[in-house]
Design a protein around this ligand. Structure first.
Ligand code: PLP
Length: 427
C-alpha cells in the first residue's frame, strides 16, 4: 500500500471512500487530461465529479483567481463585494426566474439546505417531497431528502419526506410504460401522496439524476408535476447542481426540458460554475428569497476569489458556446458508445443528454444491479488511461461520463475506444 494511502486511512473516516483498488493521487491537470504522482496521464471523463466544467488549468480562470487573490481574498459579508454582485446579476438573468435574488454558499449541500430553509419558512411546513433515488447532499437536512439508500448514512431526520416516483426508467413498477403512460403514472403517484399529506412545503428534484446514474425522466414530467403542485401552492425546487450551465447540451438548465411549467420557484446550483472553486447557491423569486426573519449569512459564501473564478468561467463557457459543444460532442459520444456496446449482454442501456452520459450495467439473466462489474470496468478503463465515474441506486448500477465541456471530438473518440475495450473485457 502506498504511503499516502496509509496516512489517509489513519486520519480520514472510512466512509470517505476512494475510487480504485490502488487509489490515484492526482497532481495536476491541463485541458481534459490529468496526471498522477507517477507521471501517468489520464483522459478525464468525470471532471472532478462535474466540477471541472470547462477545462483543467483554464488560463482565464487561473488568471482571474490569482489577480483577485493578489488584491483581496476575503473581506467578509459586512462590506460590498463587487465580484459577488456581478456574478449574482448574471445568474439572476440566466435563471429565467422573474425578479430573482441570488444567495451564494460554498457547496451544493449548503445550497439545498438554504433552499429548504426558504421553502419551509415560506410555506410554514416541514414536509417535503423528493424523488426516489435522488441525492441532494450530506448535511442533516439534505440527507433526509435523499432517496438513494446508498447515500443516506443516517435515517434520523429533521424533515418529513415522502418519495415520489419518476427518476428511474429502467426498472421498477413503471418500467414497461411508454413516456406518456410513465408521466401519467408518476403524476397519479404525486397526486395520491399530496391527497393524504398535510401542507407540503416543496418538491425538490434533480432534472437528471446525478449520483443515481444519470437517469432522465421523460421531457415534460416536471411541467406535469407543477400543475398539481401549483394548485396547492407547493413550491418546486430544481436541484441543478449537476445539470446546470449547459451540461445537458440542449438546454442551459435541466429544468428547461420541462419548460412548459415555467422556471422553478427555487433553483440550486454548485459544482461546475467555479470550474473547481467552491461556489454553490440558490436563486429564486424575491418573495421567497426575502422570506427569512433573521440574519442567515454564509461566512465564505460569495468569497471574492471564488466569485472571480465564477465570472471568468461563465464568460468563457458562454463566449465559446460550450453548451453547443456539449450537444454536438455528447451526441457523437453517445452514438459511438451505443454502437460499441450493442450486443454486450451486461450493458442494459446507454443513456444521456449532452455530456452527461450513463451506461447501465446489469447482471446477465436476472438483470439486477452489478456493482462488481461496474467497478471492474472502472479499473479496466483506468488501466487504459481513462477516468470515469460510477453511480446507481434502487437496484441499478451505472458508469457515469461527464467530461469537461470543452471535450473535442478526437478526445471523445479516444475515450470511447478505451471504454469499449474496458467494457468488452468485463461485459
Ligand atoms: N445535489 C446534487 C444533485 C449533487 O449531485 C450533489 C453532489 O454530488 C449535491 C447536491 C451536493 O453537493 P456538494 O457535494 O457540493 O455539497
Amino acid at each position: 500500500m502506498n504511503d499516502l494511502l496509509k496516512r489517509h486511512q489513519a486520519v480520514i473516516p472510512d466512509w470517505v471512500t476512494l475510487y480504485y483498488r490502488d487509489p490515484i493521487e492526482i497532481t495536476h491537470g491541463e485541458g481534459r487530461y490529468v496526471w498522477d504522482a507517477e507521471g501517468r496521464r489520464y483522459l478525464d471523463f468525470f471532471g472532478g465529479i462535474l466540477t471541472t466544467m470547462t477545462a483543467h488549468a483554464l488560463p482565464e480562470v487561473t488568471r482571474a483567481v490569482s489577480e483577485q487573490a493578489g488584491r483581496m481574498i476575503h473581506s467578509s459579508t459586512l462590506y460590498l463585494n463587487r465580484p459577488m454582485v456581478e456574478l449574482a446579476e448574471r445568474i439572476a438573468a440566466l435563471s429565467g426566474i422573474p425578479d430573482a435574488r441570488v444567495f451564494f454558499t460554498t457547496s451544493g449541500t449548503e445550497a439545498n439546505d438554504t433552499a429548504l430553509l426558504l421553502a419551509t419558512a415560506h410555506r410554514r411546513s416541514n414536509q417535503v417531497l423528493a424523488m426516489r433515488n435522488s441525492y441532494h447532499g450530506r448535511s442533516f437536512s439534505t440527507v433526509s431528502i435523499t432517496g438513494n439508500r446508498s447515500w443516506t448514512p443516517t435515517t434520523l431526520s429533521p424533515l418529513q419526506t415522502l418519495y415520489v416516483h419518476g427518476g428511474v426508467r429502467t426498472r421498477g413498477p413503471y418500467a414497461h410504460l411508454d413516456d406518456a403512460e410513465f408521466t401519467a403514472a408518476c403524476v397519479a403517484d404525486l397526486t395520491d401522496l399530496l391527497g393524504h399529506t398535510g401542507d407540503v412545503a416543496a418538491l425538490i428534484a434533480e432534472p437528471v439524476q446525478g449520483i443515481g446514474g444519470f437517469t432522465s425522466p421523460p421531457d415534460g414530467l416536471y411541467a406535469a408535476f407543477r400543475e398539481v403542485l401549483a394548485e396547492r401552492g407547493v413550491l418546486w425546487i430544481a436541484d441543478e447542481v449537476q445539470t446546470g450551465w449547459g451540461r445537458t447540451g440542449e438546454h442551459f438548465w435541466g429544468w428547461q426540458a420541462h419548460g412548459a411549467g415555467g422556471p422553478p420557484d427555487l433553483l440550486t446550483f454548485a459544482k461546475g460554475i467555479g470550474n473547481g472553486m467552491s461556489i454553490g447557491g440558490v436563486v429564486g423569486r424575491a418573495e421567497i428569497m426575502n422570506g427569512l426573519s433573521a440574519n442567515s449569512i454564509s461566512t465564505f459564501g460569495g468569497s471574492p476569489v471564488t466569485m472571480a473564478a465564477g465570472l471568468a468561467n461563465l464568460s468563457y463557457l458562454l463566449e465559446h458556446d460550450l453548451q453547443g459543444n456539449a450537444r454536438r460532442v455528447g451526441g457523437l459520444l453517445i452514438e459511438r458508445l451505443r454502437a460499441a456496446t450493442a450486443g454486450l449482454d451486461r450493458v442494459r442501456e446507454v443513456r444521456g443528454r449532452g455530456l452527461m452520459i450513463g451506461i447501465e450495467i446489469a447482471k446477465p439473466g436476472t438483470g439486477g444491479a452489478d456493482p462488481e462489474a461496474t467497478g471492474a470496468v472502472l479499473e479496466a478503463a483506468r488501466e487504459g488511461g481513462l477516468l470515469v465515474g460510477k453511480g446507481g441506486g434502487h437496484d441499478s448500477s451505472a458508469l457515469r461520463i461527464a467530461p469537461p465541456l470543452t471535450l473535442t471530438a478526437a478526445e471523445a473518440a479516444e475515450g470511447a475506444d478505451i471504454l469499449e475495450h474496458a467494457l468488452r473485457s468485463v461485459c
